[in-house]
Every structure is written in C-alpha cells, then in structure tokens.
Ligand binder design. Structure first.
Ligand SMILES: [Fe+2]
Length: 379
C-alpha cells in the first residue's frame, strides 16, 4: 500500500533556493516539490521545511550513561534519552561519538563503551529510535590502550567515521599549556608538582604512541571503508600528515592556517556549532564565524549541545553576510551527509529520503515543530 503525505503552504529550503509551495512524500521518499498553492495537504502555515540534520560528532551520549562520576545508567535508557534530544533538535541522522583510547577526560572503561555501542545496535534492531544512528570512533591516539579499544569495534559495520585525536599537553588543542592546566589541573585535583609529573607522562605517551597508532588506525579504516577525520589540526604540517593518511574531514582545525590548508586540499572543514553561537571557541582557538565568513567552513557539528546545530544554521543564514539560508542549511545536512557517503539524504530533492524538519523562527530561535524520518513522524 502506498503511503502519501502532502505538506502544503511551506517555505521549502532546497539546495540552492527557497521555494514556497508543497512537498509530496511517498513511501518514505520525496516524490515531488510543487511551487505555488495548487496542492491541498497538511497546512504548514508558512513554516520552513528543511532537510533532516546530519550530525557527525556528538559527545552527548556518554553524559546520559555516566551522568555523575561512578554512576552508570541503563545503557538502553541512556540511548533513548539521547536519541529523543537529538531528534527534537531536528537531527535525523547522528553519528554518536564513542571514545577509543582513554585520556584524562575519560571516566569510562572499554567495556562501558562497548555496552553503549551494543545498546545502540540493539535499539536500531528493535526500531526503538527516532533518528538514524551510526558510530564515530574518537580515537585518542596518544593513549596506551587505543588499539585495544579500537579492536573492540572489529567488524562493527555501524562505524562510519573515525577521528584521530591527540589531546596530550603541548599538542594541537593544547599547544598552550596554560589552557591545558585550566582544563585538567583543577579537574584532576593535582598539586603543581603532581600536575607537572602528569603532563610529562602524557607527553611521553603521545611521543611513543601517537605516530604508530595513527598509521595503524588510518590503514584499518581505509581497508574497512570508514571515513577518517583529523582533529584539532593546528599547522599545515598537521594537514599534510592528514592528507597522507587518507583523511577526508578536518574536525575543529584550531587555526585559520590549518582550515585554509584543509580546504585547499579538498577536505570537508568541520567546526563546532557551539563555537558559532558563542562567537568564540571554548578553548581559545579560531572562531567558527570567522572561518564561515571567509568561506572556509563546510560542516557544522553540535559537539556538546545538540540544539546548537539547528541554531547555528539559522544564525549563519541570517546574520553572516554572503551566506544564504540554503548554504547554511547545507552545512548541517547536505555537506555532512556527503562527507560520510550517505548520498540518499541531506537534500530536499525528488528521490531522496523524506528526512525533514518543520521549523518556525521566533526571535531568532528556530522552533522545531515536526520531524519526519523516512516520511514517518518521529518528533
Ligand atoms: Fe579536541
């Protein structure tokens, strides 16, 4: 039986223009786009219809599973709570970032991470989820247990993206040791002397592990068809190394130099939506707004605030000269989908999946009113 829905009186955000009219959904796909008022359907009241958002790097799941130190929540309940939050933020495809290799930030074990991945897999299988879920392995290459943790995902076909990160002091995000101390000395509650020793240990781990772990994981991902991302690149030398290892996405470059070199090499440049909304990076790196105005930004990611993704798209489309709403929306839908090879979605176009979001903008805040995944209402 054919299932058809018509959404009429909408402002439909296509890849390069906005059309006022109706959208026809049939059996989970977009079947037609009609300009004008010729079709009768569910009245959208002039609201925007945009493609369902595609999120490549959310850190948000772990917090639902480990909401306090040593507290562990039921992993399925954690996945459901996270899923509900991303879906109501207009995200219909999400790559949940899971840690591979534990750094100073981690309060989780390898088993915890696998338990979360299994809860996602089981929930997809049981059709419990609103968004479409995949995995992003955040590989902390400086960590001694990185490859062990990576092996936990051997043969796991839900993995679509892996990022190679090194958060040791003196590296990339933490070139400035003061920033590192601000983050971790207080968090770890260490005296100056113990913190100094801790930094030496982390720098030594990075010197020993990062090079070989990068090479190993990059080769394994190439073989398995997993897209690779670099993380916090700061210099053109970092970008050269990334290109050499087959990286396709540059996550959170920390300087304009690295963003420019990544863009010139054809990598998708990804920045944090919270950075766009705050007007600055939380760790003092380059501003995503600056990169956007300079035409150096391709993809936005909600990072630690799911709702920031849709906010940042409407903010850039509205406030930054030279960026239209369709271009800004592409940064949260078409571009991330393309970057990880999900060519069946990310654009409102005949034949694509009917992953859609109805949005009304009130006082510059996008209000998510309805979300459909493959034509089915999920939020
Ligand atoms: Fe980072």
């Amino acid at each position: 039986m054919t299932v058809e829905t018509v959404l009429s009186n909408a402002r439909i955000v296509l890849a390069d223009e906005i059309v006022e009219g109706s959208l026809v959904l049939r059996d989970g796909f977009i079947a037609g786009i009609d300009a004008g008022t010729g079709r009768i359907g569910e009245d959208m009241g002039g609201d925007y219809i945009i493609p369902g958002l595609v999120e490549l790097h959310t850190d948000h799941l772990e917090g639902h599973y480990a909401p306090r130190p040593k507290v562990r929540w039921n992993p399925i309940a954690a996945v459901l709570a996270h899923d509900a939050q991303v879906a109501t933020a207009g995200i219909t495809t999400v790559l949940d970032a899971l840690r591979v290799g534990m750094d100073e930030d981690a309060d989780l074990t390898l088993d915890d991470i696998r338990r979360l991945a299994d809860a996602i897999e089981d929930s997809v299988g049981q059709d419990r989820l609103r968004a479409d879920h995949f995995l992003h392995l955040r590989c902390e290459v400086s960590a001694p247990d990185c490859l062990n943790a990576f092996a936990n995902f051997d043969g796991d076909e839900r993995v679509r993206l892996a990022s190679l990160m090194d958060h040791a002091p003196g590296q990339r995000q933490f070139v400035n040791l003061e920033t590192y101390a601000y983050y971790y000395q207080r968090k770890l509650k260490l005296s100056d002397r113990d913190f100094q020793k801790f930094c030496e240990k982390r720098m030594d781990e990075s010197a020993r592990n990062s090079g070989p772990n990068r090479v190993f994981i990059a080769a394994a991902c190439q073989e398995r068809g997993i897209v690779l991302a670099s993380h916090d690149d700061a210099t053109s030398a970092h970008v050269d190394e990334a290109i050499e290892q087959g990286v396709r996405v540059a996550e959170f470059p920390t300087t304009e130099e690295a963003a420019r070199a990544s863009k010139a090499a054809g990598l998708g440049v990804l920045m944090g939506a919270p950075n766009v909304m705050r007007g600055a990076s939380h760790s003092g790196n380059v501003s995503a707004r600056t990169l956007a105005s300079d035409g150096l930004l391709d993809i936005l990611s909600s990072d630690y605030i799911p709702f920031s993704l849709i906010q940042s798209a409407f903010f850039l489309g509205d406030m930054v000269e030279g960026i239209s709403l369709p271009q800004a929306v592409a940064m949260v839908s078409k571009n991330p989908a393309q970057a990880v090879g999900l060519d069946d979605r990310g654009v409102i176009e005949q034949g694509r999946r009917a992953d859609l979001v109805r949005v009304r903008v009130d006082d510059h805040v996008p209000v998510v009113r309805t979300v459909w995944r493959q034509g089915r209402r999920v939020a």
